[in-house]
Design a protein around this ligand. Structure first.
Ligand code: ADP
Ligand code: MG
Length: 358
């Protein structure tokens, strides 16, 4: 029996910067997917996961998208085989401590856990960054979900008490020390993600439009000074650009604050990020705004912001470890009292990635 673990991740700062070729900060968390299993000499692929329908692929049967959970592990197998890797039959059982569809990227954890498991089971040469890219290809090309590299990079490279910095243009990954004694709270707004709705695509298009008008390949290439001196931008385009440009600058500033152990300054950047989402990018919701407002009022909370795509979903707050559970209860109580919406809170510590010493 062989086993592998890959964690989920939380986006700390750098909202919608990925497709603008910008920079982003995230962290692997101490919740994730574990897979255990062994080779099967007859070439079968046998997959099981608690709470999901088990699946079996006969030897020689082509790997095709099914629209079910097994697409995540099968996608990884399909990509490895497309690259000529010798992946034979195997049995794999998954178990997870990650809530599904809560913005903690259980999908990337599934892919990365599968890739590391198969690497070890079949003795494959798979450098850390290749594992992340393999997971993204599985999700993009097999599952059919467009996503950047951040989720998989965080799940692979994460390290205890470190944030992960990713430059989405150069695909450079760096680990940044994260101050001790600070945990993360993820609070669900209870309003469904609407990324498949038109808003996400509309924001993308507006960002590309802004870059085109500013005469640059991507908003990554614009500074806030450059943006203020640019003439004749329609107000909406200017505000969308201001969010991306601001986020990139906040991420770079945040790296300095984290290196200096200045969690208070880091927290202020989180709050500024949320404010920019609310005003400039308009990807917040009244519920997310309320959660952030409640969170920021609690003693021991350094910062809070929406995390992920927005338009619903969750917030992340950086909170002193010693008070984190009490703060979580307060936020839930007040939010549920004021909205009548039932919420779910996840207390995470920053944890190790699947290849923490890469
Ligand atoms: P997120 O990545 O934000 O959690 P996604 O919709 O991208 O949400 O991925 C969730 C999907 O990943 C689930 O619908 C399921 O298909 C698959 N998945 C996640 N965790 C597991 C698990 N423990 N076992 C089987 N499939 C899982
Ligand atoms: Mg996902």
């Amino acid at each position: 029996m062989l086993s592998a673990f890959a964690p989920g991740r939380i986006e700390l700062l750098g909202n919608h910067t990925d497709y603008n070729e910008g920079v982003v900060l995230s962290a692997a968390i101490d919740l994730g997917v574990t897979v255990a299993g062994e080779r099967l000499a007859d070439g079968r692929i046998s997959l099981a996961s608690a709470g999901f329908e088990p699946a079996e692929i006969a030897p020689g049967q082509p790997l095709l998208r099914t629209g079910t959970w097994m697409d995540y592990p099968l996608g990884v197998v399909a990509m490895l085989r497309a690259d000529g890797a010798g992946v034979g039959g195997f049995r794999a059982e998954f178990s997870s401590t990650l809530p599904v569809g809560s913005g903690l990227s259980s999908s990337a954890a599934m892919e990365v856990a599968t890739a590391v498991f198969l690497r070890d089971l079949f003795g494959l040469q798979l450098p850390a960054l290749e594992i992340a890219k393999l997971g993204r290809r599985a999700e993009n090309d097999f599952v059919g979900v467009g996503c950047g590299l951040l989720d998989q990079v965080s799940s692979v490279f994460g390290r205890r008490q470190h944030a992960i910095f990713l430059d989405c243009r150069t695909e450079t990954v760096e680990r940044i020390p994260f101050p001790a004694g600070v945990d993360l709270l993820v609070v669900q707004s209870g309003v469904a993600h609407a990324l498949t709705g038109g808003e996400y695509d509309e924001r993308r298009a507006q960002c590309f439009e802004a870059a085109r008008r500013l005469g640059v390949p991507a908003l990554r290439d614009v500074t806030s000074a450059g943006l203020s001196s640019a003439p004749d931008l329609p107000d909406v385009v200017r505000r969308r650009a201001a969010h991306i440009v601001g986020e990139n600058e906040r991420v770079l500033e945040a790296v300095g604050f984290l290196r200096a152990g200045n969690i208070a300054a880091f927290g202020r950047l989180m709050a500024a990020s949320h404010e920019s989402s609310r005003v400039n990018f308009e990807n917040s919701t009244p519920e997310l705004d309320l959660l952030v407002e409640i969170a920021l009022r609690q003693p021991g909370v350094h910062g809070a912001r929406l995390t992920g795509g927005g338009f619903g979903g969750a917030i992340v707050a950086a909170v002193d470890s010693q008070v984190v559970d009490g703060v979580g209860n307060e936020i839930v109580l007040e939010y549920e009292k004021r909205t009548g919406i039932e919420t779910r809170i996840t207390h995470c510590r920053i944890g190790d990635g699947a290849v923490p010493d890469a």
